[in-house]
Design a binder for this molecule. Structure first.
Ligand code: SF4
Ligand code: SF4
Ligand code: SF4
Length: 364
């Protein structure tokens, strides 16, 4: 890969060094020596080195590029540098395994990560699949394991909005997947800095959990309970809504629930179920998802998703003592066996897609 081509492709040439990327980057807030602005500047000056371990600090949240006045696609630029690093023999796994060793505890599975226990479960609580995430949060809050939780609500229809809450009603209101990225890490940072939060539960996507773990390294006195959601890809609401309207002839904003199952995007609305192939919605998928290789939220204390479980159940992967402690609080839990191969298959598929997309960047 020619660095000049990557710089041109991702518009790094347009950088005006305004610093908005740094100001909006949750990782920069905690790691004073991590600066997207400086990495862009060094690349323009010809000093970027793919051996710089800072290129692995980014969590691909796109908060910098969303707010960049010069349309610099910094996350894609970083993925391009990572592609080059991998090509030169650097192992991404080293950065992930450092965090695994710090926070997790269990047997390593090459496809689904560190596992202490894996099961399919459901509770009496109504939620996505087995209602496990809602039950974990309400149980943890009621038992005083944490004082606040970062969850995702709906606003303006089905648009995802990350909120910090200290009450169970808000947690129940947050149940159900939104299939969109929400800045949960930003809310967590605010909870720590502004609210002085010390014991927090957070429900987040694999990419955000990666960022949270990096921040947690700095804030070792904050007790965090990380609940990760399985994620193959997610959508931009502003693009998804018109696509759904055109393909399914429904207003996504009025949907009761949405789901992604076995390659189908399903909308539940006014007692009806409407679906299309997820592939038909590809143009609404977030740009960074193409390169992402983590399906099961490998760095979470507990990962939850529907893949691998019968209908009405959630798959639960417990990866740490904290995860075990939280899961142990669930009352009225029904469990059944998990199809581990199904999870591993999708995890491998996502990794393959990510690696292939990275290889394409090498050719930029
Ligand atoms: S926000 Fe954009 S223009 Fe401003 S410093 Fe960052 S990359 Fe450069
Ligand atoms: S994508 Fe997110 S983590 Fe990466 S530099 Fe931009 S704001 Fe920071
Ligand atoms: S696919 Fe990866 S980058 Fe995209 S939302 Fe999911 S975890 Fe984040």
């Amino acid at each position: 890969m020619e660095m000049e081509e990557l710089i041109a492709e991702t518009k790094v040439y347009n950088c005006v060094e305004c610093g908005k990327c740094n100001a909006n980057c949750p990782i920069s807030w905690f790691e004073s020596d991590y600066s997207p602005r400086l990495i862009a500047k060094r690349a323009l000056e010809g000093f970027i080195d793919v051996h710089d371990e800072k290129i692995w600090h980014c969590m691909s949240c796109q908060l910098c590029s969303d707010r960049c006045p010069s349309e610099v696609d910094y996350p894609k630029f970083i993925w391009g540098l990572r592609a080059e690093a991998l090509k030169s023999g650097i192992k991404e796994a080293a950065y992930v395994s450092e965090l695994e060793q710090l926070f997790l505890d269990g047997e390593r599975d090459k496809d689904i990560g560190i596992v202490k226990e894996i099961t399919a479960g459901k509770t009496a609580v109504e939620g996505q699949d087995g209602g496990i995430v809602t039950s974990l949060l309400t149980a943890g809050m009621e038992k005083g394991l944490f004082d606040s939780a970062i969850v995702v609500h709906r606003e303006d229809g089905f648009k995802a909005k990350a909120i910090m809450t200290e009450n169970v009603e808000d947690i129940i209101k947050a149940s159900g997947s939104k299939y969109q990225f929400a800045p949960t890490v930003e809310r967590m940072v605010e909870a720590i800095i502004e609210g002085g939060g010390k014991r927090i539960a957070i429900v987040a996507l694999p990419c955000s959990i990666y960022g949270i773990r990096r921040i947690q390294k700095v804030f070792s006195d904050v007790e965090l309970y990380n609940i990760g959601l399985f994620c193959f890809e997610n959508f931009y609401y502003e693009l998804l809504k018109p696509f759904v309207s055109e393909i399914l002839d429904v207003d996504l904003g009025l949907a009761d629930k949405i789901d992604v199952k076995k390659g189908k995007f399903v909308v539940y609305i006014e007692g009806e179920e409407k679906s299309c192939d997820v592939d038909e919605l590809q143009e609404a998928v977030r740009a960074s998802c193409a390169f992402c290789t983590d399906f099961t939220a490998r760095l979470a204390d507990i990962s939850v998703g529907s893949v691998g479980s019968p209908d009405g159940y959630s798959t639960v992967i417990i990866r740490s003592k904290k995860g075990e402690e939280l899961f142990g609080l669930l009352k009225g839990l029904e469990t059944t066996s998990v199809d581990r191969d199904e999870i591993a298959k999708l995890a491998r598929l996502k990794r393959k897609r990510g690696v292939e997309e990275l290889e394409k960047l090498e050719g930029v």
